[in-house]
Design a protein around this ligand. Sequence first.
Ligand code: ATR
Length: 271
Amino acid sequence: TDRYAVFGNPIGHSKSPAIHRGFAAQFGDDISYEAIEPSLDGFRASLERFIAEGGRGINITAPFKTDAFDAADLRLEGAELTGASNCLKFEDGSIVAENFDGIGLLRDIEVNLGQTVVGKNVLFLGAGGATRGAALPILRAGAAQVVVANRTLTKAQAIARDFAAEGTVLAAGFDELTSGHDIILNATSTGLFGTRPEVSDDVFDGAALAYELVYGKGLTGFLQQAQDVGVPTLADGVGMLVEQAAEAYAWWRGKRPETAALIEKMTVPLT
Ligand code: ATR
């Protein structure tokens, strides 16, 4: 049995164990996948224990993605460019870090939702770890421009500066935003708290897709606003979650699971 786990705090409601067990069942793979909740200062100790016990790899969720990055001996590009890791692999005595959040989001938009980012104006609301992880694959896939808008402008400016070599990245405050965005992503944590980013309705004018990175919260304030304004396609982060998991599974085990049926099963109607 090959051992894997997801590390987070809190971890109680994580869907990762069910997702990965479902993937293993597709292939008849003999794996175990646990949910582990280190104390807030205990990530490194838990990680070392899991490796010593023969663990093969882990996923990482909040608040440990930077700890995972710091713990790595080797960082692949997605981790290096974001300064965070949502996936570690243990091989030949070393810890290798990657970050599949951005590629998971991109695949969800392009493959599952059938929209392209090529030539599109993409707006991220929020400038925390979620935006940092997600913006780069979208830029690289050919977005015309990415606008990062945040309540705290300096954090948006930092992302714009850090990613400037990859394409056109602009920073803005919420109150400076106007219309003209094709894809609008809520990467703030408001979806978890029942609030929404304070942007005006005009910002959604003409948008084709409104995407809430949080999953399982139904119609969040952000999605509600997008729906009220008439954005034709609404999505939450369930597809991103499953797609990043599939990328992790493929990296660990060399074969990529099917995702469509699982996403359909996990999707909660946005009403
Ligand atoms: P994550 O890793 O999930 O991105 P984070 O790094 O703590 O978490 O970032 C949270 C993001 O949500 C930030 O962009 C934060 O805005 P600030 O940088 O101004 O703090 C944003 N956020 C949290 N609550 C918000 C609210 N009520 N309205 C708007 N943005 C909010």
